[in-house]
Ligand binder design. Structure first.
Ligand code: COA
Length: 489
């Protein structure tokens, strides 16, 4: 949610001229210490009443803090990355005069003027140095390329062609910058959307009123960059010795759904937007292969039920997931390629075993990580899984809870299904999908026996792992789950 706060605190300090006001962070509800993620003005800028000054973000919401009055920004007292609370000083504002015209930048302190206009060309009296500010807003090519979405940049290992194609691509004509802020015209939610995708709005053409950038413009920009990167790859691949690959994407279909019946429109949750961008990149960049196998967990399930009965009063409930984590660690130790990451043309082998597991939450998918799973017992893993799942559902996972994973598990077994293709969680190179166990007849050489069979779908990065290795890993996993004593080996 992006909201614009009303009534920032405004004070006239004794130490300043009568027309210079301190603008403070207003009441922002329960949030005590929130991040400043964007400073929208500079010293010397002329701002209108209600114009946004800074954007702050908590883990739940993004808020813009507007100026309560028109005037000229004299001194900034916050920068991006600072933490602020109610009452924190944002900036000093020289108020517009009584006639309602803004104060002139001619009286701006030298430092402020120099910052707003590095060329030294100050604006004429009464006209803020907007030319200089707008020039600052036109991001240099290097900045713009660095800010491309990961999908377009191909930041995942082995995707250099996409990145180089993007670098050489000519930038489209950008939307006009706001005269007051030097930032491209866009609403807070569009700016936030662009930030999440890593898009530099300075390179996006606006199709909204007065050249305003709308969400569709950002989406079109990303698609155009992908197509451009793809065209670059095709050109390279047709040259002798050139690389092969790339995508040729059609524009996203634009349909007026309301023409066909009633509709409701809901913005995507923050988690869905972030995970969606990551999933799309991983799916496009990584050549996935999924190997399907089945583990006979008849004995394991009996053991799990027995342990749960014994520990019904004291220990945490043991779910199958805890055993699967332990079995995966055994397989990762035997096949270290699966616990590695691509780094350019090298493989980084990790000698720690941090296992992520996909957790379904009301706001979308998150992947908390059980650290050092090799050093933990089944009960400890079960307890940690339960704690992390509860935190995930309550939206209380911290960044550290989701970092450093070396291999992931996506268990849909509690829900259903016979197999699926889990998407690899880059920079990891493999992920295990678990479907619902079912009792089925198995031939033991002389007769059919009812056995509890667990479907395992292992997706792996084919640049790192060969098909035979994928099949071996999954086959070994089935052996371990069939007889957990193998984890002792
Ligand atoms: N086969 C059959 N039953 C299974 C099973 C399997 N493979 N895995 C779990 N179950 C059973 C459990 O035993 C439990 O039954 P019980 O209550 O009778 O004991 C029930 O299903 C619910 O299990 P759950 O609460 O889901 O625990 P879990 O440890 O298996 O899973 C999470 C925990 C966090 C992984 C799970 O809640 C979750 O979020 N799964 C969705 C992951 C996801 O969205 N993946 C998609 C990514 S693209």
């Amino acid at each position: 949610m992006v909201s614009i706060l009303k009534n920032p605190i405004l004070r006239t300090p004794e130490t300043h001229m009568e027309t210079t006001m301190e603008i403070h962070v207003p009441d922002i509800g329960d949030f005590k210490s929130v991040d400043v993620i964007e400073v929208l003005v500079k010293p010397g800028d002329s701002v209108a009443a209600e114009q946004s000054l800074i954007t702050v973000e908590s883990d739940k919401a993004t808020m813009e803090i507007p100026s309560p009055q028109a005037g000229i920004v004299r001194e900034l007292r916050v920068k991006s990355g600072d933490k602020v609370s109610e009452g924190s000083l944002i900036l000093l504002l020289e108020l517009a005069n009584a006639a309602g015209t803004p104060a002139t930048p001619a009286s701006a302190p030298a430092a402020g003027a120099a910052q707003a206009n590095p060329s030294g060309a100050t604006g004429a009296s009464g006209a803020p140095a907007t030319t200089a500010v707008a020039a600052t807003a036109a991001a240099p090519a290097a900045t713009a390329v660095a800010a491309l979405p990961a999908a377009a940049q191909g930041t995942a290992p082995g995707s250099a062609p996409a990145a180089s194609a993007a670098v050489s691509a000519p930038a489209p004509a950008p939307a006009p910058a706001s005269a007051a802020t030097g930032l491209p015209h866009a609403s807070p939610s569009v700016r936030k959307f662009a930030r999440e995708l890593g898009v530099d709005l300075g390179r996006v053409s606006g199709t909204g009123p007065k050249g305003r950038i709308v969400q569709e413009d950002v989406q079109s920009f990303v698609k155009a960059e992908l197509v451009r990167a793809s065209a670059g790859n095709r050109a390279e691949s047709s040259a002798p010795g050139g690389s092969v690959g790339g995508l040729s994407l059609l524009p996203w279909p634009k349909v007026d759904f309301a023409r066909f019946g009633p509709i409701d429109v809901q913005p995507l949750s923050r988690i869905k937007k972030i995970s969606g961008a990551n999933l799309a990149r991983n799916w496009v960049v990584i050549p996935h292969v999924t190997n399907n196998d089945e583990a006979d967990i008849t004995e394991l399930e009996a053991f799990r039920v027995e342990l749960n009965r014994e520990n019904a009063k004291s220990g945490p409930k043991l779910t199958l997931l805890a055993f699967i984590v332990k079995a995966c660690v055994a397989a990762l130790k035997r096949y270290p390629d699966f616990n590695a990451s691509l780094d350019g043309e090298s493989l980084v082998y990790k000698r720690y075993y941090h296992i992520g597991f996909a957790a379904d939450t009301p706001n979308g998918l998150v992947v908390p990580v059980i650290r050092d799973a090799d050093r933990k017992g089944i009960f400890e893993i079960a307890e940690e899984t339960a704690t992390l799942s509860a935190k995930a559902r309550d939206g209380k996972l911290g960044g550290a809870d989701m970092q450093g994973g070396t291999f992931s598990i996506s268990s849909l077994g509690g829900i259903g299904g016979t197999s699926f293709t889990p998407i690899i969680n880059a920079p990891e190179v493999a992920i295990l999908g678990v479907s619902k166990s079912v009792t089925r007849p198995q031939w033991d050489g002389t007769a059919f026996q009812p056995r509890l069979m667990l479907p395992l779908s292992l997706s792996y990065d084919h640049r790192v792992i060969d098909g035979a290795a994928g099949a071996r890993f999954n086959a070994y996993l089935t052996q371990v789950l069939a007889d957990m004593r193998r984890t002792l080996l």
